[in-house]
Design a protein around this ligand. Structure first.
Ligand code: DAH
Length: 337
């Protein structure tokens, strides 16, 4: 009997090793532990044994039963772990995935960054100033007198008293000069606000990049050099610049700067209204009255300033004919850049 028990144990051990799935394991359980199974057969054989052998054989039968139960349990665990791995592997990795929707940088942001990069490469640092500004910085310190039309309520958003939304980035010139002694070489990118009726070329909010360079002995030719480099990098190496006399209260002399039309190389086309030139920015030598307003010693320094409309540059660069497209936030338009 004891030998029989040993044989069954080793037979079961082989059987359980060979099992490959849960179904076969269940068959094995029935074979050994089922009501008509091997163990039941052995147990019933116990009664025909001599009385003195019964306890020892009974003990061995019990131990065999526990061994079988244990092994079956372990195998079940192993098989179900394998099963999980198997189902993970069943993921079809060749199936096309769901693409996340990636945005793009707004064209104005892109042009602004390009402008910043050009001026940074020429040694300018980038400074920002407040969009909510005082009249003193927006007008007075820039030599814009009370009777100037730009101070009219039709041309400036007043908030309360002398607080307004800046109508240009030029007030930051004053803030820089108040804080720093020359040499100064800075640009100021940012938003500006004017209560203009919105149409294809006007918006109540747009962007400017202000430029300021002050030191001893800065000349108009330095301004021409810097802006010439800027327009070439922005619109191509063949671009020519032209300075026309103009007027701004905070610069003297002042100039309106044109570039040769990059579409027709100056021959005249629809983009440049057959003029061959495109107006891109305002500039000039800093008016000594501005130096006076910030308390710089008279005649010690000279400098130039310029103001560039970012939307204007972007419209020209991308050949867009309506400024409103930039602000409607239609992704079908924005994703083209
Ligand atoms: N602030 C002027 C405007 O908004 C633009 C401008 C012109 C700025 C000439 C300058 C400058 O610094 O020198 O129309």
């Amino acid at each position: 009997m004891q030998e029989k028990i040993r044989n069954i144990r080793s037979e079961f051990t082989k059987d359980v090793e060979a099992v490959a799935d849960i179904g076969a394991l269940e068959d094995l359980r029935i074979k050994y532990l089922g009501r008509k199974g091997i163990m039941t057969g052995l147990m019933s054989g116990l009664s025909s044994l001599p009385k003195e052998d019964k306890p020892a054989v009974g003990k061995e039968l019990n131990s065999l039963k526990h061994y079988i139960q244990d092994q079956l349990q372990q195998k079940k665990g192993a098989l179900s772990r394998q099963d999980k791995k198997g189902s993970e592997r069943k993921i079809d990795i060749t199936m096309p995935g769901i693409l996340p929707h990636l945005g793009t940088k707004h064209p104005i942001t892109q042009v602004l960054q390009e402008m910043n990069d050009i001026f940074i490469s020429l040694g300018f640092s980038v400074v920002e100033g407040p969009e909510i500004e005082r009249e003193f910085y927006n007008f007075e310190a820039l030599n814009i007198p009370l009777e100037h039309p730009s101070r009219d309520a039709f041309d400036t958003f007043y908030i309360k008293g002398d607080i307004l939304l800046r109508s240009h980035t030029s007030p930051v010139q004053i803030r820089i000069m108040e804080k720093t002694q020359p040499p100064i070489q800075a640009i100021v990118p940012g938003k500006v606000y004017r209560p203009d009726a919105v149409d294809a070329s006007h918006s109540f909010m747009f962007h400017q990049v202000e430029g300021l360079m002050i030191a001893k002995g800065i000349k108009f030719s330095d301004l021409k050099g810097v802006l010439g480099l800027f327009t070439k990098r922005m619109f191509g190496e063949k671009t020519k610049t032209r300075f026309r006399p103009s007027f701004f209260p905070f610069t003297e002399p002042s100039a309106e700067v044109d570039i040769s039309c990059f579409m027709c190389q100056g021959k005249g086309c629809r983009l440049c209204s057959h003029a061959g030139w495109l107006e891109v920015l305002g500039a000039g030598m800093v008016n000594p009255r501005v130096f006076e307003a910030v308390g710089y010693p008279p005649r010690k320094y000279t400098g130039f300033a310029f103001g560039i409309g970012v939307e204007r540059i972007a419209l020209l660069k991308y050949g867009i004919d309506d400024i409103r497209l930039f602000f409607e936030n239609d992704t079908r338009f924005l994703e083209q850049f």
